[in-house]
Design a protein around this ligand. Structure first.
Ligand code: DX5
Ligand code: ZN
Length: 234
């Protein structure tokens, strides 16, 4: 059996915004598989970050060995649709949005696909899984929040673990290759449990950027998460 996949997606929210291009280069050199780009509007969430112009500015840095590294845009904005063409233009690979922020979830997914991007739905800690009922087969990614969205550096909410397991089972039953990403408070010391619950893509902001040793932090998160994923199989 092939070894489990465990992608690490550093969140630029905890990077040095005055040196964003260099930070993207540094985390990719340190082993990042995906660049997680948090977009907040001071309306859907109580914080304000960056938009398509900054995504476009970092795009040339999101490369490894001549191949582009996916930019995973996490939209914490309401409404959603008007920003989708702009992020397509700015080089986004994946766009995820919160169901509460879109009037027409299916339409928003179709809009993301119409630009050739992958679509993800993001579930807050208290959002029920039934919002996946009629759209799971259209998604390339499910993003489970393990903090309430809006800020980096918050503590992991433990009751999300059984939810990760439940979504993993639904994805496996679908037979499709849908990424299961977990975002918020992920660190080396809980990565094993997150991997064991069934995640295959881990966002880590403060855990990667705050210590300054990017390669060490990414490797520790990945090693622990993979140990959890392997134990799940056993
Ligand atoms: C929170 C963001 C997260 C955040 C993660 O609203 O969606 O991506 O930056 O940061 P840490 O890993 O520090 O919780
Ligand atoms: Zn995020």
């Amino acid at each position: 059996m092939p070894s489990p996949t465990m992608r690490i997606a550093p969140s630029l929210l905890s990077a040095d915004f005055a040196r964003l291009g260099e930070e993207v280069t540094a985390v990719i050199a340190a082993g990042a598989d995906v660049i997680h780009f948090d977009v907040m509007d001071n309306h859907y969430v109580p914080n304000l970050t960056v938009g398509p112009l900054v995504c476009q500015a970092i795009k040339p840095y999101a490369v490894k060995d001549g191949q582009s590294v996916p930019i995973d845009v996490h939209l914490m904005v309401k409404p959603v649709d008007a920003l989708i063409p702009m992020f397509a233009q700015a080089g986004a690979s994946i766009i995820s949005f919160h169901p509460e922020a879109s009037e027409h979830i299916d339409r928003t997914i179709q809009l993301i696909h119409s630009f050739g991007m992958k679509a993800g739905l993001v579930l807050n800690p208290a959002t029920a899984l039934n919002c996946l009922d009629h759209v799971l087969d259209e998604l390339e990614l499910v993003l489970l929040m393990s903090v309430n969205p809006g800020f980096g550096g918050q503590s992991f909410i433990e009751h999300v673990l059984p939810k990760i397991d439940a979504v993993r089972k639904r994805i496996d039953a679908s037979g499709r290759d849908i990424w299961l990403e977990v975002d918020g408070g992920v660190k080396a010391d809980n990565a094993e449990r997150v991997g064991n619950a069934g995640a295959d893509t881990l966002v880590a902001g403060s855990a990667v950027f705050s210590g300054g040793r990017y390669a060490e932090s990414i490797a520790a998160i990945r090693t622990n998460a993979l140990a959890g994923a392997l134990a799940r199989r056993a």
